[in-house]
Design a protein around this ligand. Structure first.
Ligand code: FHN
Length: 427
């Protein structure tokens, strides 16, 4: 089972008081993460040398000085950016929230900030506040919207965390928080409408009491906004696991797994290991089968375009969710643990069987589940399937080909009686 002793960076509300506005988040199940900044223009290359690893860490990988890196802002001109197109794509993917990087570790504000001139409105030829456009387009589409903000790591600032290749003197982290981090967080919570969440990342420099003060101070601006657990010290409103991590067992607290489309969060020119739509559907179903959400990251390029492979894949995931969304949205963990053939999610009176691997003999066994099953069908239409009880188990005979014609088929077992509790893997 999953380790209960999570490092405080991942754990959420350890004080037990759950945030009152979590239902929409728990029901959403699928969100889209966007990493977009100056690193998107550099695309993993610096002075004609390729750096491997995640594109948004290029400044660190190449040990670029804040001065040299700052010059990139003067070339950042994403003329192909279209906020409505981005939001329309996210809606068509079936995602029910989005989070976008307002400021990553590079320190560059992708928004109009009175606090720092190192921003898209003051330091780039583009000059427009893309966060204002995105938050407006999301509000028009009624898509819950949040900002990612790197509250401690800031490689552009002498007192920011993380840059010891350029700023070698000792750092006054509290000064950084007072002069940049907290004022910018307040700008984001004041000037961009109602926020679904603030997605903090890589906490540091504050103790638990200081973090509590920060959380309380920011929550005064928008009490309904959820704070991710990477605000640190166990004080987030929902739990984010480590990158590309999935808990082994269902977790009772609201939680989110975060994965990226390829091998990098920020756009890089030389990486083509994109996940398939089936990979993403299985991540969504697996997270839902454990009671959590999947937030999937895409990395638009320096011109403001989303790679075509991401567009095609997100639309395919959206088509699957159009047919099978009932088994995902507002579902809870399936009470049958993961099986060789796939995972389960549930709702009162229903168990959804997510078939990743069709049994060769066409017999799908659901162990330890022998209700008076009323019917077994698929969400693509009420196709009655053959099933029988074998002692303690339910066995479903599958048709030769998937009924929906889609990969990753879902069967619905409707039954009488209350939903059993999650059964642990060991009988
Ligand atoms: O260092 C960041 C990284 O660049 C990326 O933003 C991920 C996304 O979860 N967060 C940190 C590493 O966990």
């Amino acid at each position: 089972a999953y380790s209960q002793t999570m490092p405080s960076m991942w754990d959420s509300r350890s004080n037990g008081k759950e945030h009152p506005n979590l239902k929409w988040f728990k029901d959403a199940k699928f969100g889209i993460f966007i990493h977009w900044g100056l690193y998107s223009k550099l695309a993993g290359e610096w002075q004609s040398k390729r750096y491997y690893g995640s594109g948004e860490w290029l400044m660190y990988q190449a040990k670029i000085s804040a001065k040299d890196y700052g010059l990139v802002a003067g070339e950042f001109n994403p003329l192909k950016f279209n906020a409505t197109e981005w939001v329309d794509l996210i809606k068509s993917s079936g995602a029910r929230y989005m989070v976008v990087t307002a400021k990553h570790h590079e320190g560059f504000a992708m928004f109009d900030s009175k606090v720092s001139d190192f921003s898209i409105t003051k330091a780039s030829p583009y000059g427009k506040d893309v966060m204002k456009e995105l938050s407006g387009a999301a509000a028009n589409a009624k898509l819950p919207f949040g900002f990612y903000y790197s509250q401690f790591l800031d490689w552009h600032e002498p007192n920011g965390g993380g840059n010891d290749w350029d700023f070698k003197q000792s750092k006054d982290y509290h000064k950084y928080y007072e002069e940049k981090s907290i004022p910018q967080l307040k700008e984001l919570l004041t000037n961009y409408g109602k926020l679904g969440m603030v997605w903090f990342d890589m906490p540091g420099g504050l103790n638990k009491q200081e973090t509590q003060f920060l959380v309380d101070d920011l929550h005064k601006l928008q009490p309904q906004t959820l704070f991710s657990s990477r605000v640190g010290q166990g004080l987030g409103d929902y739990m984010d696991f480590g990158d590309s991590e999935m808990p082994a067992e269902p977790i009772a607290k609201p939680w989110e797994a975060i994965y990226t489309f390829n091998d990098s969060w920020g756009y890089i020119a030389h990486d083509q290991n994109f996940k398939t739509s089936s990979d993403i559907i299985r991540l969504i179903a697996t997270a839902s089968s454990k009671g959590g959400n999947l937030m999937l990251n895409i990395g638009p390029d320096g011109d403001g375009s989303i790679p075509q492979a991401n567009i095609d894949c997100l639309k395919s995931v959206g088509r699957w969710l159009k047919v099978n969304g009932e088994s995902i949205y507002a579902s809870i963990a399936g009470f049958i643990p993961a099986q060789p053939w796939g995972v389960t999610t549930s709702k009162p009176g229903k168990l959804y069987l997510h078939i990743f691997q069709r049994p060769n003999n066409g017999k799908l066994l659901v162990p330890g589940f022998s209700p008076k099953a009323i019917s077994v069908s698929t969400l693509a239409g009420s196709v009655a399937l053959k099933w029988r009880q074998t002692g303690e188990d339910l066995e479903v005979t599958l048709p030769n080909v998937p009924v929906t014609g889609l990969a990753d088929e879902v069967l619905t077992v409707s039954y009488a009686g209350k939903t059993p509790d999650y059964q642990n893997s060991m009988p």
